[in-house]
Design a binder for this molecule. Structure first.
Ligand code: URA
Length: 257
């Protein structure tokens, strides 16, 4: 890793709320090898843990055959077209500039699920491109992933006026869309960002504070819940918890941050 890349990576970590790095995390920076001291080495380990990317062989995308990938893309495109023509929620249809389907790689191993588009997303048609989205991108990069390596979607595909919370009937109207997206993508892990996504996927009314930091299931897919990036913009102290959640998430894929 060159100095420029290292600086960029450290800036992403800092923006994601990481203020200090344990030796193991320094060792996980791509291209950086730090042998753990004897006290840090797990009993029975014969070699230091592999770095998280590059030479470790960690692949952020699934290795899918070309025909499987193109079938997935075609299925996603069909749902995208249905979403674009949806008129189920009268108020949202009358306020929206366009629908926001979601974006990312059809072979992504991780899918992030947010709440609903805001003003920037409504204007651009892309999820998480405003301030909260920029923070999400930094969190993803701090996980040693690229935004294009994951899939990002929202529970609602239309912006609620004034960025109000989605109403339960709106979540139910959009449920078939996000359900089908997740069915097609079949990610290895889902990360719910905030209470709306967590409650919609897990069919619970528990708070995000109660749900975060441990594993749940959406069908057969493991789900981790964490705070929404918008909450982090208002409450930077919670970035530490989100970073702990990201470490839990990446550990499940064999990556120690
Ligand atoms: N908040 C969300 O939940 N989704 C977006 O796309 C943007 C902000």
């Amino acid at each position: 890793m060159g100095f420029g890349q290292l600086r960029q990576h450290l800036e992403s970590l800092a923006a994601a709320g990481v203020q200090d790095l344990p030796r193991a995390a320094v060792g996980s920076l791509p291209g950086t090898v730090v042998e753990p001291g004897p006290a840090e080495r797990p009993a029975g380990a014969v070699s230091p843990p592999a770095p998280a990317s590059g030479s470790s062989g960690f692949l952020p995308l699934r290795q899918l055959a070309v025909d499987v990938l193109s079938a997935r893309q075609a299925a996603l495109d069909a749902v995208r077209a249905e979403v674009a023509g949806c008129t189920r929620c009268g108020e949202l249809v009358s306020c929206r500039t366009q629908t926001v389907f979601g974006s990312g790689h059809p072979a992504a191993r991780i899918c992030f699920v947010g709440e609903a588009p805001g003003a920037d997303e409504d204007a651009s048609g892309e999820p998480f491109v405003g301030r909260a989205g920029q923070l999400l991108t930094k969190i993803i990069e701090a996980c040693q992933l690229k935004r294009d390596d994951v899939f990002i979607l929202n529970v609602l595909k239309c912006r609620p006026p004034g960025n109000r919370r989605p109403r339960p009937d709106e979540v139910e109207n959009c449920r078939p869309f996000f359900q089908r997206q997740l069915e097609i993508l079949a990610p290895e892990l889902i990360c719910c960002l905030g209470a709306t996504a967590a409650q919609a996927l897990l069919a619970t009314d528990a708070s995000i504070g109660a749900l975060r930091g441990r594993w749940h299931q959406y069908g057969t897919i493991p789900v981790l819940c964490t705070y929404h990036p918008s909450y982090l913009l208002r409450t930077p102290a919670a970035k530490r918890d989100v970073w702990d959640d990201m470490k839990t998430m990446m550990r499940r894929l064999g990556v120690e941050l």
